[in-house]
Write a protein that binds this ligand. Structure first.
Ligand SMILES: Nc1ncnc2c1ncn2[C@@H]1O[C@H](COP(=O)(O)OP(=O)(O)OP(=O)(O)O)[C@@H](O)[C@H]1O
Ligand SMILES: O=C(O)[C@H](O)[C@@H](O)[C@H](O)[C@H](O)CO
Length: 227
């Protein structure tokens, strides 16, 4: 169930789901009306970003990327060892994910990105590609990846879908999950780090306390409503 909805700043048309045409083909038909749309499924570990994201992207015939595949090994080793990531660990990773978003947009392809994006500042890096001003100059994040001043998306290009659930429900799902590097023990720190998106961000909150395909359909209806 969608409980709070924040309408994106910029209304848009996207490739009609189920039309049989890719968003790229539709863009070629009418460049004025159609634009790529990026949906970021965000939330704490185990909220369903990957499962929901894969099913949603398949239903829409959109691109899909899982942010976990973009972590450097050192980040995964840290999480596997039960140590939460820091801002410095996350910023270069978020910048890489911004590049994924930007390449989809610049090629007129709509896409779904599964990414925790726990803090507001992380979501800003995803959207703008720029690090916050207060990042320490000594940080790995600012040293390893150069700034791209004109490398940003437009308002409304990126819609955040916050997969909202209780710690109890998510803990239960994580305890049943197998073959994943993320330990259940990091769930508390994920909730502590989480800054839920507010009215100032292009965001929609969706309850995950329902079957997987019901979550997917809630999000699908939001997207159809924007097209
Ligand atoms: N709505 C749902 N109902 C029941 N089980 C679900 C639902 N959504 C996801 N799951 C299950 O919960 C577990 C966690 O889901 P998933 O791995 O997709 O979460 P995630 O947010 O991508 O996690 P992480 O951030 O750790 O990669 C999986 O075992 C998945 O099958
Ligand atoms: O920001 C973070 O702490 C990370 O992205 C984590 O959320 C993990 O990548 C994910 O949850 C494990 O799969």
């Amino acid at each position: 169930m969608v409980t709070s909805r924040i309408i994106p700043a910029c209304s848009r048309r996207v490739g009609k789901p189920g039309s049989g045409m890719t968003s790229h083909q539709l863009l070629a038909c009418d460049e004025q009306l159609l634009a790529a749309m990026i949906v970021v499924l965000m939330g704490v570990c185990g909220c369903g970003k990957t499962s929901v994201g894969q099913a949603l992207a398949e239903k829409l015939s959109w691109e899909f990327a899982d942010a976990d595949l973009f972590h450097p090994d050192v980040n995964k080793q840290k999480m596997s060892a039960g140590v939460p990531l820091t801002d410095e660990d996350r910023y270069p990773w978020l910048r890489k994910l911004h590049s994924v978003i930007y390449s989809w947009i610049s090629e007129g392809r709509s896409g779904v990105l599964a990414c925790s994006a726990l803090k507001r500042s992380y979501r800003q890096v995803l959207v703008t590609g720029k690090f916050p001003k207060d990042i320490p100059t000594s940080s790995n994040a600012s040293q390893h990846i150069p700034e791209h001043p004109d490398y940003c998306t437009r308002p409304g290009d990126v819609l955040f879908i916050y997969l909202r659930g209780s710690k109890e429900v998510i803990r239960g799902r994580l305890e049943s999950r197998t073959g994943h590097f993320m330990p259940v023990g990091l769930l508390d720190s994920q909730f502590l780090t989480l800054e839920e998106p507010d009215e100032s961000e292009n965001s929609v909150s969706v309850s995950i306390a329902q079957p997987l395909m019901a979550v997917v359909m809630d999000i699908y209806q939001v997207i159809v409503g924007l097209s």
